[in-house]
Design a binder for this molecule. Structure first.
Ligand code: HEM
Length: 493
């Protein structure tokens, strides 16, 4: 009798469970929103550990293309998410109706993991006030001021390459460019000479790599924390590895203390952050200064190094474009008497190559927004409820033949100013858009131009037997990166 009761109880619990899951998965159907059939327990994200986010987004968008809807629904576990694909609606969400969806919902935990509470992740008034205060840090004037620091790193980089390449060699480009951007951002955000060319075991490089290539949690847990941040915070889950956050915090604390004791002034992001605190413009604890330096480093080194890596990879396969980019660099250098700030701002064709690379390989394949209050989608009967996540599939939009004919082909002419003017603003979103657009856009572009100009002015790049064609993307990395190493042949000109 007892056994029968137990079996009955189990069946009832199972049935209730099935009904509960069905009810949850009926969310989009009930609202008459097209959606991709989810599968328990992962919903539409069972593949995240095997496939890159870029590939997943293209598959999902292609699958939903025939619905001709401006948006479609997905599920992460049992949680509904909305993907918006219509360019006008994307523009409205990012710009005009920004106040309804002002946050990203990125996981952070200021109490247990202070470095995670940085500009990219924080929300509400704290974000607003910090963003307003930090924006002047990235003006053209400040970029010009920081240029000598950037140039000094580029010069050492050039010297290193001359030695490493010799009469010609095969070079692992991904690691080489990561070392360059590590040194640039280390120097500009932390005031530290990292020297990761001369010292391959540099701690900056080690911890920078750790943050991106060996995050504390796997993709599934990271996605879970993004969708259910409150659960993670309640369970006191940290997102950064302890030794990495300890390293970055100590570097900032020691550098600030050293500079204050010795009256040292440097023209870098760290000085600008300390200035904000010292002028009383904003109360910033050391943890908060460290968190901002950390995100400048985190957001600045991997994005720019991936951009330069992919650009060199494409130029190695397109000698004609490579030659044009080189001529553009050499002409600007000649015109301005060296690789000056003015010269790097006068390299239109190189910019076209960088932008075409950002189109094909946007470092963030998705933009994310979280509804701050209920938001009725214009010209529809659908309301995005408070707290729901909205995804904008940047990678898939950039590879959509409706906006870019023959979309997988690298063609810098697409970014000739005349061509750009013909396209919708939301068809190109490598830096995001609206009030939450990338704050480091100018610095990112500057860094890419300087790194690429340094290489192209001295070396010719081509494919070698170890080059991978076509590329596959890493499923582990948070930023779009090639899977494994990326080798190219590099020869002095
Ligand atoms: C090629 C280089 C770069 C690319 C492609 C890139 C891309 C992005 C993207 C897509 C976003 C999200 C925008 C949105 O949600 O609308 C973002 C945000 C951000 N980026 Fe960048 N980024 C680059 C370089 C940099 C650099 C060099 C820094 C700092 C020195 C930086 C700092 C940030 C920060 C702090 C945010 C968060 C802004 C906020 O929420 O207010 N990025 N970036």
């Amino acid at each position: 009798m007892a056994l029968q009761l137990l079996v009955l109880l189990l069946i009832t619990v199972l049935l209730l469970g099935v009904l509960f899951v069905r009810r949850k998965y009926a969310y989009w159907a009930e609202r008459k929103v097209p959606y991709i059939e989810p599968r328990f327990p992962y919903g539409n994200f069972a593949d995240v550990d095997r496939k890159s986010q870029a590939d997943i987004s293209v598959e999902q968008c292609n699958q939903m293309r025939s619905t001709e809807s401006r948006f479609f629904g997905l599920f992460f576990f049992l949680q509904p998410l909305l993907v918006v694909t219509d360019l006008d609606l994307i523009k409205t969400i990012l710009i005009k109706d920004f106040n309804y969806l002002p946050d990203r919902g990125a996981y952070h935990n200021a109490r247990d993991d202070p470095l995670s509470a940085h500009l990219f992740a924080i929300e509400g008034n704290r974000w607003r006030s910090l963003r307003t205060r930090l924006t002047p840090t990235f003006t053209s004037g400040k970029m010009k001021m920081m240029f000598p620091t950037l140039r000094a790193v580029a010069d050492s980089f050039g010297e290193f390459l001359v030695g490493a390449v010799g009469a010609g060699t095969e070079l692992e480009i991904k690691d080489t460019m990561a070392r360059f951007t590590t040194d640039v951002i280390g120097s500009c955000a932390f005031g530290i000479e990292c020297n990761s060319f001369k010292n391959p075991d540099s701690e900056f490089r080690k911890f920078g790599q750790q943050v991106f290539d060996r995050p504390r949690h796997g993709t599934l847990v990271r996605l879970f924390l993004r969708i259910f941040p409150e659960v993670g915070q309640a369970l006191r889950v940290k997102s950064l590895r302890d030794e990495a956050s300890g390293f970055f915090f100590n570097i900032v604390k020691d550098t600030v203390t050293y500079r204050e004791k010795n009256g040292i002034e440097r023209k870098d992001f760290l000085s600008l952050l300390v200035e904000l605190r010292n002028t009383g413009e904003m109360h910033l604890a050391m943890e908060e200064i460290a968190a901002q330096s950390f995100i400048f480093f985190g957001a600045g080194f991997e994005t720019s190094s991936s951009n330069q890596t992919f650009c060199l990879y494409e130029l190695a396969q397109n000698q004609e474009y490579q030659e044009r980019a080189r001529s553009c660099v050499l002409e600007a250098v000649k015109k301005h008497g060296g690789l000056t700030y003015e010269a790097v701002c006068d390299m239109q064709y190189l910019d076209q190559c960088i932008n075409e690379t950002l189109r094909l390989y946007p470092p963030l394949p998705w933009l994310e927004r979280k509804a701050f209050e209920n938001y009725k989608i214009p010209d529809s009967n659908v309301t995005i409820p408070k707290g729901m996540k909205v995804l904008i599939p940047v990678f898939a939009i950039h590879r959509d033949e409706r906006y870019y004919p023959n979309p997988n082909r690298f063609d810098p002419n697409r970014f000739h100013p005349e061509e750009v003017g013909k396209r919708h603003l939301s068809s190109f979103l490598p830096f995001g858009e609206g009030p939450r657009v990338c704050i480091g856009l100018r610095f990112g572009m500057l860094q890419s131009r300087v790194g690429l100009a340094t290489i192209l002015s001295k070396f010719k790049l081509s494919l070698c037997p170890r080059s991978t064609v076509p590329l596959q993307y890493s499923s582990a990395s948070t930023v779009l990166q090639p899977k494994g190493a990326l080798w190219l042949k590099v020869e002095p000109l």
